[in-house]
Design a protein around this ligand. Structure first.
Ligand SMILES: *Cc1c(COP(=O)(O)O)cnc(C)c1O
Length: 430
């Protein structure tokens, strides 16, 4: 074997100087140096290969090092890597906006490009506030949402994350105080209990004069608990929003681009939001990029009073737009529904064994998302190396062991992934 790329000294420097997501600089988890990735496989510094179950947090839908996506970036690189978007425009951005307008629910017509999911959420909130202000609804300044949500790490996004079990409790008192309805209860595949709407209806009724928008992750609550809820819930929320002049913001940053079996999860409920956020899989996981779409109505009301007050430096980065265009084309030109259905079946079969284990509270699958919820939180120091030992890359949080693999995962790789998860969870009970 050739000399490892990352030395012990490098790892020591990393531990002493580099923040990783949600880490302490003192009580560090072991970091696994990765040197390359191709298809569904990550290659570690020591030569070990892991089947990736995470798609780098929902984003790498076509797998790593994809020749078509690589070519799209390389071609654009020869023209221009970046150019400011103030006063200038370019073909990659125009093509991408065309595609997004075409594939998202029909009323969404205007596109704002930004650099990350959290910023896309900030922009969505800003749109809602500017809309209500321009309408003369000057009291409508707050947001209504549901518990167990996750919308990002910037301040307005944090203000609508779960206030109790979320990652941002620390900032209570600093964050804008929003309104929280109970988390949706009826499961996606199960009986719809209309009674569960009582609390949220009450919130609408009592507070509508101060609510600018309702923000929610359609069908799948991701980082706030990996919960799949009934389409009826979303449909009813959409009706309540209309009734009370509250805008509906759908955060499809995790669910967008086919992950749940529909191109966008809103489609499960036949709902068209006023504002829609996409990110994560937008570029096939190649670059940090996101977009916020809004309806003609929202954009017209904002624009008649002035300008939308946002404009990031790297807005509509041409490399990101180009790879996003290639990624969307790649998705749409294949039988992605068939692919997702196969993964859903593979996950359902592969994880079924876990249901029988006493340490497991629930096993659920929707589209290309598989979740094993344990009764106790996992100890990350303990379990992360166990997954690597099984030859798979899975990164649990709290009580949740979950996967959302790249769509190109083979049947054999999916079997290996599920078996590895079952093995680790079995060992946890011993
Ligand atoms: C990941 C995520 C975000 C935040 O996106 P970043 O790119 O990490 O800023 C927002 N909303 C949802 C639903 C997400 O899954």
């Amino acid at each position: 074997m050739t000399k490892p790329q990352v030395s012990e000294d490098d790892l020591g420097f990393d531990a002493a100087h580099i923040w990783h997501p949600y880490t302490s600089m003192q009580n560090r988890y072991q970091m696994f140096p990765v040197v390359s990735a191709s298809g569904v496989q990550l290659t570690l510094n020591d030569g070990r290969q892991l089947v990736d179950g995470m798609a780098s947090w929902w984003s790498v839908i076509h797998g790593y090092n994809h020749p078509i996506l690589n070519a799209a970036i390389q071609q654009q690189l020869g023209l221009m890597a970046h150019v400011m978007f103030g006063g200038l425009t370019h073909k990659p951005a125009i093509d991408l906006a065309r595609k997004l307008v075409a594939i998202t629910p029909e009323p969404l017509q205007q596109v704002f490009f930004s650099d990350s999911g959290s910023v896309a959420v900030e922009v969505a909130i800003k749109m809602a506030l500017q809309y209500q202000q321009a309408k003369g609804n000057t009291q409508k300044k707050r947001l209504l949402t549901v518990k167990r949500g996750y919308h990002g790490d910037t301040f307005s996004a944090m203000s609508v994350c779960d206030p109790e079990q979320g990652m941002h409790m620390l900032f209570q008192g600093v964050l804008t105080e929003q309104l929280f309805a109970p988390a949706p209860q009826s499961p996606f595949s199960g009986a719809w209990q209309p009674d569960e709407l009582a609390a949220v209806k009450q919130l609408f009724k009592q507070h509508h004069s101060e609510i600018a928008a309702f923000i929610i992750e359609p069908i799948v609550q991701g980082a706030g608990g990996m919960r799949f809820y009934a389409a009826e819930y979303l449909a009813e929320i959409s009706k309540l929003c209309n009734q009370y002049q509250v805008l509906l913001i759908a955060d499809e940053i995790a669910t967008g681009f086919g992950r749940t079996g529909k191109l966008f999860a809103c489609e499960h409920a036949g709902v068209a939001p006023d504002i829609l956020c996409v990110g994560k899989a937008l570029t096939g996981g190649y670059m940090s990029f996101a977009a916020t779409l809004c309806t003609e109505e929202v954009s017209q009301v904002i624009s008649k009073e002035g300008v939308l007050m946002h404009g990031p430096t790297f807005m509509a980065n041409p490399l990101a737009c180009s790879v996003a265009n290639a990624s969307i084309d790649l998705l749409l030109e294949q039988d992605w529904q068939g692919t997702i259905a196969q993964i859903e079946q593979g996950l359902t079969q592969g994880l079924a064994y876990c249901s029988s284990l006493p340490q497991v509270a629930d096993v659920r699958v929707l589209g290309a998302i598989g979740v094993v919820e344990l009764k106790q939180p996992v100890d990350m120091h303990q379990v992360q190396p166990m997954f690597v030992e099984q030859g798979i890359w899975v990164r649990p949080f709290g009580k949740l062991v979950y996967v959302m693999p790249p769509y190109i995962i083979s049947k054999e790789q999916l079997t290996l992934l599920c078996q590895g998860i079952c093995n680790v969870i079995t060992q946890l009970g011993e």
